[in-house]
Design a protein around this ligand. Structure first.
Ligand code: GCW
Length: 712
């Protein structure tokens, strides 16, 4: 390879919006006419569309030149709005000129981004022909960023990958990253952004925050993204100085009304609030003996006159649900909690309340089955919450592309008999009472130059946005699209196939057969199976959680029949969920006749080998990818291989200790170094700090809690 052919360095900052030089002279000539535009509409999103078009043309054509305004006839590209289309929808077609038509300014922006994506992928402009609109109306991201850095959690909850991208000391300080982030979101059709942690600090609503929020909201507005805030239920007490946050108290109702009016005066298109209440030590209506309906109503009714939406999170557990469940054992399983807490409330929430449900019931464990609650609330607006932050998949060190899992959840059918209840359709409002909901994800964006820490972690955000727009896309299509947008053709297929396999590979050594919670308790990064033995269901005789109705907690029975029967039968239960639904003896015979424990040992070893193979595959891409991005990912894969080894050694040694069953291949034995010491030394202090933090929080709120212990 000659020096000139070696791609020049890139930091990853451009993500999938690179608009690389079109090298083929013929194609470049064909594209030159696309500089000549006609546009008879205006508005902030239209201006953004035009500026993105100009930026892309500069990149494709390798020169900086202004767009040439042209009349309808001579223009190479015509931008237009046609309200016949769905508001956010668009249509692309070529009739001698390229036409980009949106149902509104926002639709036009999305159409522009779609056209630019296609051109980046090498599509001939003359063959562009597409009509598209999103099924799910609200497509969001939730940042778990802390306006005030927490000593243990850092500036983003669980410190999973870096620091917040927002300058919380002065949100209005100009920063080109904000606009570029907004561009990225628009390019995926995402239209909502909640910028702070659901473990919200009351100060987010203090008047001094408002100018900064207003400035930021303005930047995102131009790219079609509405702003939301996470708020603390006890804000009327902690910020407002009231003696109570009781949702039925008139002073509290008035406080929320005033606060909401103050926000809308500054941000007229403000989206609304996200509330995590009565969960993990957070205050909520339960503190005042009130229900989720009463709690949500108090805030929702303040938002309603302005068209605001309240996202009420369903991630609630640890409270006494024994009176509501059919039998005692159900109460002891966190997987059941949210369902028993909320399904009885179906149909009672106000119309501007959306119940935000995590994609899975216990937490974001790797291959947890989709949350059964999605099938239980046909008369409630629902939001599906994903996690892109890699809290449980090795932060920004491990490559674990969630595309296949996101698609699995969206396509999971809650009405398997009729085939009419895909979760994507439920949240889109195509089922039940037809109430439109949302899809969101905990963001993986941080202050790293490449936005994500791990460059390829951007594929997670990319998949979220693309699937939120069109849940029928296959993960393989998305990974290929992403890889082709980031890298040259010769490298793209290899990158895509690494992405495709990476989630399952990570699962092999972090969550074998769906066994969850093998992490240390504070940061969820390192393994510490000892601490969570009970949660993972590890006993001397075997491992996994029995969630069947006959002998276990009964979570299987919350699924519709077709799924329930399959999940409840270890012979038919998908391998990736086996230990999520079943407690099985160490010697349980697997379909290939190995014992369960041997197959776990082998899986952990195979997982590490797969990561090493990823690293070697990446080594083979040297020269096909610019050195900066190549070396960055290579280093990440090398770190991952090391850390995967640590997971393997620790888990295997732990399982050997508990089961007493040696590895058939003698790869480790009782004399292998005990992992206990390795785990405990580094995190003891962090646990103490974390406890202290929860104590501080409780003291501040000064309210009754019955679920604090479960948080630790
Ligand atoms: O997964 C758990 C996390 C908490 C998080 C909580 C939630 C924001 O470990 O850090 O808090 O979920 O989703 O509310």
């Amino acid at each position: 390879m000659s020096f000139q052919e070696f791609p020049s360095d890139e930091s990853g900052y451009e993500a999938w919006l690179r608009y690389p030089l079109v090298e083929d002279a013929g194609r470049r000539a064909a594209m030159a006419s696309l500089r000549c535009v006609s546009c008879r509409v205006d508005g902030p999103c239209v201006a953004s569309a035009l500026s993105e078009w100009a930026r892309a043309m500069d990149g494709f054509l390798g020169e900086t030149a202004a767009l040439l305004p042209g009349g309808e006839d001579e223009a190479g590209v015509r931008f237009a709005v046609d309200t016949v289309l769905q508001e956010e929808g668009y249509r692309l077609f070529h009739d001698g000129s390229l036409n980009i038509v949106g149902g509104s300014g926002r639709g036009l922006l999305y159409g522009t981004c779609a056209a630019l994506r296609a051109l980046s992928l090498g599509t001939d402009p003359a063959s562009l022909e597409e009509e598209s609109s999103p099924a799910i109306p609200l497509r969001m991201l939730n940042h778990w960023d802390n306006p005030v850095e927490d000593p243990v959690m850092g500036s983003i909850e669980r410190v999973w990958g870096g620091k917040t991208i927002f300058d919380w000391t002065d949100l209005s300080r100009p920063n080109p990253r904000y606009r570029d982030y907004a561009r990225m979101l628009a390019s995926l059709g995402l239209n909502g952004l909640c910028i702070n942690n659901v473990n919200a600090t009351p100060e987010i609503l203090s008047p001094s925050m408002l100018p900064g929020l207003q400035a930021l909201a303005g930047i995102f507005r131009a790219w079609g993204v509405r702003f939301y805030l996470s708020v603390d239920f006890a804000s009327p007490v902690d910020l407002g100085g009231l003696p109570t946050a009781d949702p039925l108290d008139d002073r509290v109702l008035q406080w929320w009304r005033d606060k909401v009016a103050e926000i809308y005066a500054a941000i007229p298109d403000f989206g609304g609030f996200v509330v995590k209440a009565d969960s993990e030590g957070r205050p909520g209506p339960g503190d005042y003996g009130r229900s989720h309906i009463e709690g949500s109503r108090c805030i929702a009714r303040a938002l309603a006159p302005f068209g605001g939406t309240l996202f009420w999170r369903a991630f609630v557990y640890g409270r006494d649900i024994s009176k509501r469940t059919p039998h005692e054992r159900a109460a002891q399983d966190r997987a059941n909690h949210a369902s028993y807490e909320f399904m009885q409330l179906d149909g009672q929430f106000d119309d501007n309340v959306i119940l935000q449900i995590k994609r899975s019931a216990t937490d974001f464990q790797i291959w947890e089955p989709p949350h059964a609650l999605f099938g239980k609330m046909p008369r409630t607006r629902l939001c599906l919450e994903f996690d892109l932050a890699h809290e449980y998949t090795g932060y920004d060190v491990h490559l674990a592309w969630e595309g296949p899992y996101l698609a699995h959840v969206l396509n999971f059918d809650m009405a398997p008999e009729s085939g009419g209840g895909r979760i994507a359709d439920i949240v889109a409002g195509r089922t039940g009472r037809g109430l439109p909901g949302a899809v969101t994800a905990v963001a993986n964006t941080n202050s790293a130059r490449n936005w994500f820490g791990h460059l390829l972690s951007g594929a997670g955000l990319y998949a979220h946005g693309r699937l939120a727009w069109d849940s029928a896309l296959t993960p393989e299509t998305i990974s290929r699209e992403y890889a082709h947008l980031l890298f040259r053709k010769k490298a793209a297929e290899t990158v895509a196939s690494l992405l495709d396999r990476s989630y399952d590979t990570c699962a092999r050594y972090m969550s074998p057969y769906g066994l969850g919670f093998l992490y240390e308790n504070v940061h969820h990064f390192d393994p510490d199976p000892w601490s969570n033995r009970a949660t993972a269901g590890i006993t001397e005789d075997g491992l996994g959680r029995d969630r069947t109705q006959k002998t276990g907690s009964g979570y299987t029975a919350l699924f519709p029949r077709g799924h329930a029967d399959i999940f409840a039968d270890p012979a038919r239960c998908p391998a990736r969920h086996l230990l999520y639904f079943h407690h099985l003896p160490w010697h349980h015979s697997m379909p290939d006749e190995r014992t369960l424990i041997q197959s776990i040992y082998d899986g952990c070893y195979a997982g590490v080998e797969e990561v090493r193979a990823f690293r070697e595959t990446w080594r083979g891409l040297h020269g096909l990818i610019d050195l900066e991005r190549w070396a960055h990912v290579y280093e990440k894969l090398a770190l991952q291989a090391d850390h995967a080894e640590r997971w393997r050694d620790l888990l295997c040694r732990f399982f050997l200790e508990v089961s007493g069953v040696p590895d058939e291949h003698g790869r480790f034995d009782h004399s292998s170094p005990s992992p206990h010491a390795r785990v405990r030394s580094g995190f003891g202090q962090a646990v103490e700090d974390y406890r202290a933090r929860v104590q501080r929080m409780r003291a501040r709120i000064g309210a009754r809690r019955d679920d604090g212990a479960a948080y630790l």
